[in-house]
Write a protein that binds this ligand. Structure first.
Ligand SMILES: Cc1cc2nc3c(=O)[nH]c(=O)nc-3n(C[C@H](O)[C@H](O)[C@H](O)COP(=O)(O)OP(=O)(O)OC[C@H]3O[C@@H](n4cnc5c(N)ncnc54)[C@H](O)[C@@H]3O)c2cc1C
Length: 527
């Protein structure tokens, strides 16, 4: 009997599992697919307060998100990279320079004036900073701080901390039904087995609904789709993240974010129905997104043919009561609902605020457990996530910073980059980059299979290493190697390699509308 079963291994479920495990609860996490397979690998990858939400008067949400951002700088410094964002205003834009300065003054105040405050730039300076911007109609800009992360890696790192504190994780194991029983809640897993728990938290993001929560789960989530496109940095050579105001009345903004040798642009915000797992980028969405950015960067290479890859995700927003609102207007605040079985559903929220959401829901779980807590066990500890690091981190010294191999690995693995680099140097085949202009090294492939719970090709090439998002062949050059490693690891047969590759091809086509170019099987391969 587990103290807590968490259904869903996105950032919300990972955060809950980590918090609960650190308090001394026994925790099992189940996910129908891979860690971060849902929205948590499909976000805009920002750790941010959300400047835009100030316009909606959501001061509390922004305050909380900025506080969590500050905590994440400490907790995962290798994974959360502060950046100066440039937010320009053009003639006809909804937010002019004056409004932006007001908004950012409030942003700084809500951030308790930590770090570098915002700064204004007139049109001239703005163009010096970002020569790619259109000159015509430019009125000025503000510069302010937010941060960029790797969403899937952050989720995995949170879950790894949960595991370090004793949590068990089962991926590719869906919860089919929850049943209230005298001792707690039975979680019926697909395939027929049952796991028993005193308490259950359902953190299934955009999949939240009636199946696991019963009537209280019906229509609690409003699904909104967002799309991102990845281009070569030389086609969209921005020096820093740039915020672009969508034309018209919609309060939508999108981001153009430099990402090493790539730049990504996104996101859209459109209502979505249907299975979040089938969510993919449509041709029309690509065209519209490029068009919106081209308005302010007319000389960038924003052509459909320049798109390297794409991703699409579904926001699990808390459905507002009363009149249906545009999803762009709906609050990003979370809500906790109690399902028919007694399970707690954690709905909505943001990547940035996962820790605070987890604290709230685990407080509720612990309150409930207290009544039935066995006398022979130490009582649950208080929440410890507010000021504890995700990975104890000895920063890079100057010598290491100058070491290309360690520098490539650092942003994903933090201190573990040192061991990976040593391993790569011991086996020279593992040291090279997979693609020359991307920082991903061959040693990471086997590491994902051996130590990071990867079971299918996309677990490795889409979420452990974002090669599917950054390489034109969508990781195709190493997909066969990865499939072989996975099949070898489970003692499988050669035919399974082709099944794995077929599965990868399908997933990539569904999400990106692009076909990975996978190398042919070597004819001499004897298996
Ligand atoms: C386009 C877009 C951009 C965004 N940008 C940002 C941003 O820049 N910054 C930010 O802070 N936030 C951002 N967000 C919001 C943030 O990404 C989400 O709030 C967050 O990732 C949701 O995480 P989650 O764990 O609740 O859901 P998910 O990550 O979707 O996780 C749910 C998990 O539940 C599993 N599951 C579903 N059903 C079952 C079942 N029956 N049994 C077992 N497991 C199941 C799924 O496989 C999945 O892994 C963005 C969202 C989108 C869509």
């Amino acid at each position: 009997m587990w103290d807590l079963i968490v259904v869903g291994a996105g950032i919300s479920g990972a955060g809950v599992a980590r918090d609960a495990a650190r308090r001394g609860l026994t925790v099992l996490v189940v996910d129908a697919a891979d860690v971060a397979h849902g929205t948590s690998s499909r976000s805009s990858r920002l750790i941010h307060g959300g400047v835009r939400y100030l316009e909606q008067g959501q001061v509390g949400l922004v305050y909380e998100a900025l506080r969590e951002r500050a905590r994440l700088y400490q907790a995962a410094e290798h994974l959360v990279e502060p950046a100066r964002f440039l937010f320009p205003a053009y003639r006809g834009d909804r937010l002019g320079p004056w409004m932006l300065r007001m908004g950012l003054t409030l942003y700084d105040a809500l951030n308790l004036f930590r770090g570098e405050g915002h700064d204004s730039a007139d049109a001239q300076r703005c163009l010096e900073l970002e020569p790619l911007l259109a000159e015509e109609g430019l009125r000025g800009a503000v510069l302010y701080e937010d941060a960029v992360t790797d969403d899937a890696r952050l989720t995995l790192t949170v879950l790894q901390d949960a595991r370090r504190h004793g949590a068990d994780v089962l991926t590719y194991t869906a919860a089919a039904q929850l049943e209230r029983v005298p001792a707690g809640i039975d979680v019926h897993l697909e395939g027929g087995s049952v796991a028993h728990a005193r308490e259950v938290v359902v953190a299934t993001g955009p999949w939240t609904g009636r199946a696991l929560l019963g009537a209280p789960g019906t229509d609690v989530v409003l699904k909104s789709k967002g799309v991102h496109l990845v281009l070569k940095a030389e086609d969209v050579p921005v020096q820093r993240p740039v915020v672009v105001q969508a034309p018209g009345d919609a309060r939508r903004i999108l981001f153009v974010v430099p990402w090493g040798s790539r730049t990504y642009v996104g996101t859209t915000d459109t209502p979505y129905e249907g299975d979040p797992a089938s969510c993919g980028v449509l041709e029309q969405e690509e065209i519209e997104l490029l068009e919106t950015v081209r308005r302010v960067m007319p000389h960038a290479g924003l052509e459909p043919g320049n798109i390297i890859s794409t991703w699409a995700g579904v926001r699990p927003l808390v459905r507002p009561e009363g009149a249906a609102e545009e999803s762009v207007e709906v609050s990003r605040k979370h809500r906790i609902v109690e399902g028919d079985s007694g399970a707690l559903g954690l709905v909505g929220g943001k990547l940035t605020t996962f820790r605070a959401m987890a604290e709230e829901v685990v407080d509720a779980v612990v309150d409930r457990l207290r009544a039935q807590w066995p006398e022979d066990r130490p009582t649950p500890r208080a929440c410890s996530t507010a000021d504890s690091v995700l990975v104890p981190c000895e920063p890079l010294n100057d010598e290491e910073r100058a070491d290309g191999l360690i520098a490539d690995l650092w942003g994903r693995y933090g201190p573990a980059a040192r061991q990976l680099a040593a391993q790569a140097r011991d086996t020279p085949d593992l040291e090279p980059r997979i693609i020359d202009d991307l920082p991903y090294r061959r040693v990471e492939l086997q590491h994902a299979v051996d130590y990071e719970g990867a079971q299918h090709v996309s677990d490795v090439l889409r979420r452990r290493i974002p090669l599917a998002l950054t390489s034109r062949d969508l990781g195709g050059s190493v997909a066969r190697d990865v499939a072989t490693m996975l099949v070898d690891a489970r003692g499988g047969r050669g035919v399974e390699i082709e099944d794995e590759l077929e599965r990868y091809r399908d997933e990539m086509v569904r999400e990106t509308r692009r076909v990975p170019r996978i190398g042919a099987a070597p004819s001499s391969r004897a298996r």
